[in-house]
Structure formats: C-alpha cells, structure tokens
Ligand binder design. Sequence first.
Ligand code: GCV
Length: 662
Amino acid sequence: MNTYDPAWLPDEAWHALRGRRALVLADGGPIADTLGGELHEGSDPDLVLALRHHADTSDAARAAVRRAPADLGPEGYAVTTHGHTTVVLAESEHGLLYGLFDLLRADPPADGGIRLERPHTALRKLDHWDNLSVHPRMGQVERGYAGGSLFWDDGRARNTPEELRRLHDYGRLLASCGINAITVNNVNVHEDAAHLLTDRLDDVVTIADALRPWGIRVHLSVSYAAPVLLGGLPTADPLAPDVRAWWQRTTEAVYEAIDDFGGYTVKADSEGQPGPHSYGRDHAQGANLLAAALAPHGGVVHWRAFVYDHRQDWRDRSTDRARAAYDEFTPLDEQFDANVILQVKHGPIDFQPREPVSPLLAAMPRTRLAIEVQATQEYTGQQQHVCYLAPMWSEVLGFRPYGEDDARTIADLGASGGFAAVANTGNSPFWCGHPLAQANLYAYGRLAWNPALDPDTVLAEWTHLTHPGAPDLVRTTVRSALEGSWRTYEKYTAPLGVGFMVRPHHHYGPDVDGYEYTPWGTYHHADRDGVGVDRTTVTGTGYSGQYPEPWSDLYDSPGTCPDELLLFFHHVPYTHRLHSGRTVIQHIYDTHAEGCAEAEEARRRWQRIAHLLPGERHRETASRYEEQVRCAREWRDQINAYFHRKSGIPDERGAERRECGT
Ligand code: GCV
C-alpha cells in the first residue's frame, strides 16, 4: 500500500479509464509499454490510442485521421469520438500519453467532434534543487519544504523497489500535467554532486530509467569547474583546447549511458559558483563550450541568467541588483549557440511575492530563452502558508512588454526555449508538504503547456481531479482557499512591491530591516520621510530604462507606475496618494490588517469542512493554517509597528480596526 497521497491522480480516475476496452496502436518502446501497462486491451475497443501511421487498422482511428490536421506536432494530439469509440490520435507516443491524461480532465467531444492540443513549447522542465546528502545549512533540498529528496538518500540514488515505485508514480504525476524534463540535482553543485557527471553517472541512469516511461528526460546540474574538479586539468577556461576535449569526451560518455539525456543546467559566476569570468571569458563563451559538447547528441544547455554581485552595495546606481542580469546578458544577444537556452527568473531580483517582469525576457530576440518560476515557496510562505501562484505566473506570462497594442506576450518572447520551475516536491506524504501546494505543481505544468489558460480554470481542474466525488462544499472551500491566496499573502507581507522584508538566510517570517545592514545592501530604503527604492532613469538606478516603451515611461513616474509596484520603482513620502485613493502609509496599515483577517477567515472555512473531508489531507492543512495565521499576525504587527514608528503617522482607522485576533 502506498504511504503517500495520490495527489490529483486518485485510483478512481484510473479505474474509469481501465474499465474501458482499449486498443493501443503504437510503435513500441517505453512509453508504449506504459500505455499498454496502464490500460486493458480488449476486443471491440471503445478507446483507441493510435499513431497516425498505424491508424489504418481501426475504423475509428481512420475517421480521426480524416478530421485531424495533417500534422499534430511532436507532442500534440487530437481527441475525437466516433460512434461509441473515443480516439486519441498523435504523431508520437508522447502525444498519445498526453492525450490519455486529457481524458482524465475532460469528457471526450461529442460524436463527430474533435479536440486539438499542442504544447506552447517543447521544453517544460522542473528543476530539483536536491543535494545528494543533507547539507548542514540548507537541509537536503535547498529551499525545499516537502521533506527529503525523491531521488537521493545519503549520497546515493534511491533504488529500493518501493523507492522506484514512488519515482514511477512521480513520473506519472509530472507527465499528467505536461512536464517533460527534470534536473535531478541542485544548481549549487556541491562536490559529491559534481561527480554525477562522471564516476557517479550510474545514479543518474537509475533516475532516467525510472522516468523515461513517462516521457521525462533527465538533465543534470554541472559545475563549471568540472574539468578541474573531475578531470584533473589545471584550468576550466572555455577557450582551452584540453577543456573543450574534456567536455566532449565526458558528454559522449553521458550519452552512451543515457541516450535521451536532456542536457546541462548551469549556474555560473553566481553566488559563489564557478564560471567563465575566472578566466576573463564571458557567459556566451562559457555556455557555448558546453553547447558544443552537447550539440552532436541533441542536448541543450540551460544557462541561468541569475547573476549579480552578492556582496555589492546597492546604493551605488551601477550595482542595483535588479539591473544585473540585463546589463550582463543583453550585450551577448546573438552570441549564444543554437542549443543554449538562457534561463531567466521571471522577476529581476529573486522570486519575491511581487516583482515586475524581468526586462531581460523581452530584450534577447536572438537568444533562446526559458522563463524560470519558483514552485517551491521560498518567499511565499514555504508551504506552511497557502499561496496559489498560478495567478502570479499568469500575469507574468500574459505581460505585454511593448504595451497593450502589441500582441506579443512574455510567453511568446521569453519562453522561446521553454519553461523551468524550481520544484516544490520531496518525499513528504503529500509530495509538496502542504496538501494544497500540489495545486502549484499542477498549475505550473498546465501553464507551461498552455500559458493562456486561466488560472481559475486550472484550479477548478485540479480541485475536481484531486477530490473526485467530494461534496460541493469541499470543492468550493478548497477552491476559495487557493483562489485569492497569493493576494492575501502579498497583503500581509512586504508592501507595494518593495520585497525582501524576510528573515535573512532562511527567508521565512518578517524582519523588516533583516537585510538592511548586511554588506550586500539595503532593500526598502525606508527612512523618516518615505519608503521605496528609486530605480528611475533620472534620479535613481536607471533600472526602469531597461524596459521598452511604454513601460519605461510608465514605471518612471510615480503618477503612472501601477500601485502594486510603486515601491519597487520609487522612493515616495508616506503621504503619497496611490491610484486607489489611499496614502502609502494607510495602504500599509489596511492591507496588513486585511491580509491577516483573510488568512483567519480561510482557516475558519477550512475548519467547517472537517467532517466532509476526513483524514490526513484535512488535518495536515488545518495544522498548517494554524501556523499561517500565527505568522500572518506576526507580519501584520511587525510591519505596521515598524512603519508607525518610522513615519510617526498613526493608522487613521486605529481605534475602530477589528484586528484578526491576537
Ligand atoms: C539555488 C536564491 C536562493 C538560493 C538559490 C538561488 C538561485 O538566492 O535563496 O537558495 O540557490 O536563488 O536561484 O540560484
């Protein structure tokens, strides 16, 4: 019996599919075996999964071919109905797999109808920041809030039958929402993990074998210093012929062991990780070295754009951290090889609850880009707080960097090379620690497949799949718990986009000045008269000038800057009036009280369904709500007291405010 939650694939869902008489018309191979293994084949089939070039053997599949477009793409599929038979038609086994999961989400179309799906982009990757062993400061999973690693135990790949069974189920979970690639180790590559590339490759093979049946390719985080660390070379200089030859040989060996290996994920010259700068080379030279080794095998390099000087003083205009990635990378556009994908965090700083969209995502037209989001809730409540992130991601993906009149979105411009998310999973019984955090994993996969999906629709899907047959009140409570939860979290934490009022290092809970006096800078610039960081072109760091028109102008003036980002771009007096009509200081007081009250209300509603949702799922969530409410109060009290003291301006609703308990 499983000791972990089935998440959004409970047995009921499989049972319904398995009850059908299936016919699989595929070429063979691991995914075809999976389909054959999951379904029960039978005569007079009422469910046909067919590759186009095998469709001739079934009337229903032939009818589907007549209705479907000529090319469904490498992972696309069509679902049709022919009499009493449902048909999934695709060009590849991957398409059949995704088509099968489609049938869990939605009924097939009516007889004669057709539903077509193609993913927005070919690479939909999940990055595990997993260490091989428990790290003294970070635990096993860096920024992980869901237990230990699903892959690694005490330095070795997990490979007992139960562990492999769980990996198999994990693969199914990921494939069912459209994820098709994972990086299996932390981008901060510690020494033991560096060896996965060479003498520990067998461990990566174990994981690749477990996930291949679900169409998931494995990627590896590698250390830029690998030629020195592992190859005994005196240098890792990207232009040194020995270094080039070493990467070539090493990569060949990787492909001999894993012929569908995805490629390398690299954090270089960032937060202490080695990189090409040590040799006077730039990021393009560094990335192209690895790209050249991977290209003959069809692999890619995900080169991360998360670079900044983590010891800088931000008061200096030239070293505003928000500017760093753009300043570093835009001069290199056009210089990256075709199989380099620059992986860019969605905001310019670091996964704060509210940041503007990174201007880099619209500034590298000749480079393949992947947008990186963080499903793990490092700065959004660490899976103790409910925080459904899809509305935030959807805002980012739908952002139009050239203004409303130009239809191009960040999903078009910034995801030319795909998507990446930092995983929120681990070996906790609920996969994600908090049962409701599963919705973020699901939503990431679905938005990577189709960034235009409405986050509320995705949430409805997830709720329905996860709670089959549950009373309406359970489903409405679950949905309402998640729906507005990001905005609630935003309300009771750092205000108006200013960010980083968290406790240093672990980043949980409030500490307004926590980062204020550290050597690496100041985040909110609050003083007696006002708050916020001046990032304007005339008096500030010039960051707003990194956006194209109209945004550079709009962000540059406090009169046109959206309220929710005001303090990210401007240092304003506490009495500055927002578009909402409130002053900044009153906004701070009000939203902190509101956010906290909303968390309390959500907890109350959750308590009300205890009898309808028995078991651990309810209990676990209920106990996390206790912590969320405790922490939300702490945020409210610290932030409001801090700004009252700093500004000397009282809360105009002070006396009558109904606070959310104490
Ligand atoms: C993996 C932030 C996190 C680090 C993380 C880093 C990154 O700084 O706090 O834990 O390191 O981002 O994205 O590389």
